[in-house]
Design a protein around this ligand. Sequence first.
Ligand SMILES: O=C(O)CCC(=O)C(=O)O
Ligand SMILES: [Fe+2]
Length: 207
Amino acid sequence: MQQEQKSLLGPQWVNLNMQDADVWLLQSWLKAETADKLLKHFIERLAWSQPNIRMFGKSVPVPRLQAWYGDADASYAYSGIKMVPLAWEKKLLELKRYCEQTCDTPFNSVLANLYRHGQDSMGMHADNEPELGEQPVIASVSLGASRNFDFKHLSTGEKRRVVLHHGSLLIMRGSTQTFWHHGISKTKRVDTERVNFTFRYVHGSSN
Ligand SMILES: O=C(O)CCC(=O)C(=O)O
Ligand SMILES: [Fe+2]
């Protein structure tokens, strides 16, 4: 089954060949002009906020802005925050559908992150919430500033770094979330915005 799915991704995809994982990257998924328009649109139109998360017993603001969109029944807890999805914004729904076509996988929700500059970040984590199921497929679309995306293997400590460019699509699936953490570290080299979408399929309690 896993082998069959792999071949569906097609020749333009780059397999990151990571141990205990199944990660693929398509750097120029969107045309540059489409990606430019979408970046501007999403920065202006999405309902960005900066919620608090609990870290080491303290409540601290996330070091970026975020927004959670999805089907009404796709709510779940993320880093201690109960995320109730906003109804799909029109262009975001179009992007989701295009992403579903490319990945040949359904998604019902997305976490949108806005990194305002290089000092915004996301700590190392796995997207392993029970609502995502055993071997979640997570599709990550990047717009704007290129940022380093870091992986670390939980038992061997092996590290991998890829640069996610404007208009790229990264897919993590299989056992990736079981064996690896991933995150976006701070950098002094970037002073412009980046928007990232991680499309997911949340298994709701009511369906
Ligand atoms: O911004 C990124 O590329 C990573 C986002 C991420 O890991 C997440 O939303 O869970
Ligand atoms: Fe993640």
